[in-house]
Design a protein around this ligand. Structure first.
Ligand code: FE2
Length: 294
């Protein structure tokens, strides 16, 4: 018999996991904050403190002493300390596969909303990737925030699963269907960069971990024509648009970063400073690996 709490057929394993998960769930962003010197060279205590939070909540925030220091190696070296090696080299990334998120107007970047100042609805990163090349970890490092806005909301995808299963296990069943969602192909200048991709919202990986693929952006997804899927998606939208105490909000400041197992997140719109040299700049790294030890 399965001992996996994410198996709908095993209520005992689920209830034990659920109790533990809720008991340690953070109710405020402060609980996830770790002060560090240099995120690329963590002390053993700093590393342990970040890992402990990632085990608890699939995410941690570090507040470092780097201030506005630039360099994509900051985030790469941080990731390496958590066993994160296999970077997803998405289109628009720099040569080392880390992406500099800043407002860009060139033809390569401007079609994609992360490079604009517009709000980005709730999602996990890389949901449109092949199912065997999902982004299991996501790191962000802030060099400079916007003059106004650019706040992130965050919620642990395991808590989303828990709240949904408590509300109606049928929702989980619907969203674990292998054809629950279809991500339409991406065609640029007549060239298909990515085919249609069909898959589930909730997946259990080979090693028993829960992974979530999701976007609230309607034009990026075609939901299965199935009343159970429609009901589950409505429930999820209501949760994410509501005032759940498990939704944590904050704006990364210079030298701050997020270490996560690709939890659900959004970003509010923002206004950049008038000085072009003071534009919002965040580095983002996406990995096929999950944070080691979580
Ligand atoms: Fe994202």
């Amino acid at each position: 018999m399965s001992t996996n709490p994410f198996d709908l057929g095993n209520d005992a394993a689920y209830q034990a996991w659920r109790e533990h998960k809720l008991a340690q769930a953070p109710r405020a962003l402060d609980e996830l904050v770790v002060e560090v010197g240099d995120p690329g060279r963590l002390s053993d205590a700093e590393h342990a403190a970040i890992l402990e939070r990632c085990r608890r909540a699939n995410m941690a925030l570090y507040v470092s002493q780097l201030g506005e220091r630039e360099g994509t190696e900051i985030v790469r070296e941080c990731g390496r300390q958590f066993g994160l090696q296999r970077l997803d080299h998405n289109r628009g990334a720099e040569t080392d596969a880390v992406t500099a998120l800043t407002v860009r107007s060139d033809a390569l970047h401007s079609p994609y909303i992360p490079y604009t100042d517009r709000p980005i609805h709730w999602h996990t990163d890389g949901y449109y990737n092949r199912l065997d090349l999902q982004n299991h970890a996501l790191l962000l490092h802030c060099v400079r925030p916007a003059a106004r806005g650019g706040e992130n909301a965050l919620i642990d995808h395991e808590l989303v699963y828990l709240l949904m299963r408590d509300a109606d296990p049928g929702h989980i069943h619907a969203l674990m269907q292998e054809d629950a969602m279809m991500i339409p192909r991406n065609v640029v200048d007549g060239v298909e960069l990515r085919p249609d991709r069909t898959g589930p919202v909730f997946m259990v990986t080979a090693d028993g971990r829960l992974h979530m693929r999701y976007t609230m952006r309607k034009r990026n997804v075609v939901w299965k024509d199935d009343p159970a899927v429609t009901a589950a998606v409505s429930w999820l939208e209501a949760l994410l648009n509501g005032d759940s105490p498990y939704i944590l909000r904050g704006t990364l400041q210079p030298g701050w970063g997020l270490v996560s197992n690709n939890v659900l997140h959004d970003r509010s719109g923002f206004d950049d400073a008038d000085d072009p040299a003071r534009k919002r700049l965040l580095y983002r790294a996406r990995y096929y690996d999950r944070i080691a030890g979580t």
